[in-house]
Write a protein that binds this ligand. Structure first.
Ligand code: SF4
Length: 237
């Protein structure tokens, strides 16, 4: 078993994933990761369009894989609807809803109502970062659907990354996929997806912090729009 502590050894053992494979290395990366980390590998899925692709690929390799969704209690109804559809399509998958320690009401009482407006970083810490930390605690590695073209801050992402924030190995099988390729896969395999994608939302997070994108060239432009915030903190150190 390759552990976080032996990251250098892991680096040495990473196979050369073929960028010209049918899935641009995604299936090969996932196969390697599950063979290497097995039960110590968890997929933290937001059930956006990349998540729909990854779940379909993961189900081909490990039908009973563990998948965790950070249920901030602020998600759109359409997001919960797609989770139900995915559960029905892949009944063997172990999909867990990770809850924050505080309900929305408790958070409002301890801090202030609508903390997402006044201090979105604190809100994300309580409702996303700490819950992910707890969800990942038993694991050595986690999977993420990051793609290089999504944003400047994601442009240097590799198939395997040393995640210093969570002290895990972060596996990113879709780094080379383009937006068009993601949609081509979903269409070809007739996969269900969040209907908000058809209503101008390329990237979907919590309802209070997600608007339709104003630019097709920046798929994350609808997230925390106008606040200067671009990431929830899950992918920053
Ligand atoms: S995305 Fe918005 S509502 Fe969701 S946890 Fe972060 S600040 Fe809170």
């Amino acid at each position: 078993m390759i552990t976080f502590e032996s990251w250098n050894d892991a680096q040495a053992q990473i196979p050369d994933f073929p960028a010209d494979s049918e899935t641009k290395g995604a299936l090969e990366t996932l196969r390697w990761a599950y063979e290497t980390y097995d039960e110590k590998l968890v997929y933290a899925c937001s059930f956006g369009i990349e998540g729909i692709v990854l779940i379909d690929l993961i189900a081909q390799i490990k039908p009973d894989a563990e998948i965790v969704f950070l249920d901030t209690n602020y998600h759109f109804k359409e997001t919960y609807d797609i989770i139900d559809k995915v559960k029905a399509r892949y009944p063997k998958l172990n999909i867990r809803m990770q809850q924050p320690d505080l309900t929305i009401e408790e958070q409002a009482a301890q801090f202030e109502p609508d903390l997402f407006k006044t201090n979105p970083n604190k809100c994300c810490e309580i409702r996303k970062i700490i819950p992910l930390q707890k969800a990942l605690a038993p694991s050595t590695a986690w999977i993420s659907g990051l793609r290089r073209e999504q944003s400047e801050s994601r442009a240097n992402t590799n198939y395997l990354n040393l995640d210093k924030r969570f002290e895990k190995v972060k596996v990113c099988p879709l780094i080379h996929w383009t937006w068009k390729e993601v949609w081509r896969y979903v269409t070809k395999h007739e996969l269900d997806y969040n209907v908000l994608h058809d209503q101008g939302y390329p990237s979907i997070g919590c309802a209070p912090c997600t608007k339709p994108a104003f630019s097709i060239d920046d798929v994350r432009s609808g997230r925390w729009s106008g606040s200067g915030k671009t990431e929830c903190g899950l992918h920053t150190t």
